[in-house]
Design a protein around this ligand. Structure first.
Ligand code: CP
Length: 304
């Protein structure tokens, strides 16, 4: 069960996920009573080379609720010595001497792995590159589904959007492959479909999937639509973008107990009219991000 760093979703086994989820439920209770001082001696460095609202704020809030302290740079590309061409490895060696965990969002795929190689404290990948991974996002996504359904076996999910560079979708696919009888519909414009490495992984793990270009025909059969952003400039047939949008018409096709998730930020791929529907879970997801990140930090430290 030892977890030294959190770099990719493949590190998590089903028993470890269940342990993490149990811990996350405890964190919900701890937050409800205002937090704890149990980790008052701990320092978290949040080192973000790309913008973030949810991940950085929720990790920093997690640390505050655990009683610890935060070292942070809001834009490491400018406000760290990277501007002087300092190498990531040097930066990490130095910051790991000042902190008990480093939460890193890096511009390059593999950035978190490079950091972990030289860090003396746990490194948590908060998103690496355009086609890397974002494992803590996938953990909170899975927790949100598990909390509502109590099981992940037998789940049918549509993962929609610009999937080739979708690090949250990639991390989620890896986690879903650990469960039984999961069915995944990847719904995306053909030029930005899910990459072959993920499809190969699903084949190796006997996970059912298909690739399609319209969410409406499958909306009625899925338990979850996991919507992600599509940048219109990456799509050849712009007139087709409506096929990947969730609006009230699509909601009418969905099961009454289905869920709409989105890692956020969104642009136009979920109509605001969807927000008040009880199946819209994306804001609840962001709150679950606080709880899961508290649980993950304590898991890393308690296992040291
Ligand atoms: N979901 C997510 O990673 O959001 P941020 O970019 O705001 O952290």
């Amino acid at each position: 069960m030892k977890l030294k760093h959190v770099i990719e979703s493949q590190q998590f086994t089903v028993p470890l996920l269940m342990e993490l989820f149990e811990r996350t439920r405890q964190m919900e209770k701890i937050v409800a009573r205002g937090g704890t001082q149990d980790y008052a001696q701990k320092i978290m460095a949040s080192l973000f080379y790309e913008p973030s609202t949810r991940t950085r704020f929720s990790f920093e809030a997690a640390m505050c609720r655990l009683g610890g302290r935060v070292l942070s740079t809001e834009h490491a590309r400018v406000f760290s010595s990277e501007i002087e061409a300092e190498q990531l490895e040097d930066t990490i060696r130095i910051i790991s001497g000042y902190s008990d965990v480093i939460v890193l969002r890096h511009t390059e795929e593999g950035g978190a792995r490079r950091a972990a190689r030289v860090s003396s404290v746990p490194v948590v990948n908060a998103g690496d590159g355009r086609g890397g991974q974002h494992p803590t996002q996938a953990l909170l996504d899975l927790y949100t589904i598990h909390r509502e359904r109590h099981s992940l076996d037998g789940l049918t999910i549509a993962i929609v959007g610009e999937l080739d560079k979708g690090r949250t979708a990639r991390s989620l696919a890896y986690l879903l492959s650990k469960f039984e009888r999961v069915k995944i519909h990847f719904v995306s414009p053909p030029e930005v479909q899910m990459r072959q490495d993920i499809l190969d992984h699903l084949d190796e793990h006997d996970v059912w999937y298909d690739l399609s270009h319209d969410v409406a025909p499958i909306a009625g059969e899925v338990d979850v639509i996991y919507q992600t952003r599509i940048r219109p400039e990456r799509v050849v047939d712009r007139a087709s973008l409506g096929r990947y949008t969730i609006d009230e018409r699509l909601l009418r096709r969905m099961k009454p107990d289905a869920m709409v998730l989105h890692p956020l930020p969104r642009t136009v791929e979920i109509d605001k009219a969807v927000d008040d529907d009880p199946r819209a879970m994306y804001f609840k997801q962001t709150t679950n991000g606080l709880f899961i990140r508290m649980a993950l930090l304590t898991l890393l430290w308690d296992e040291e």
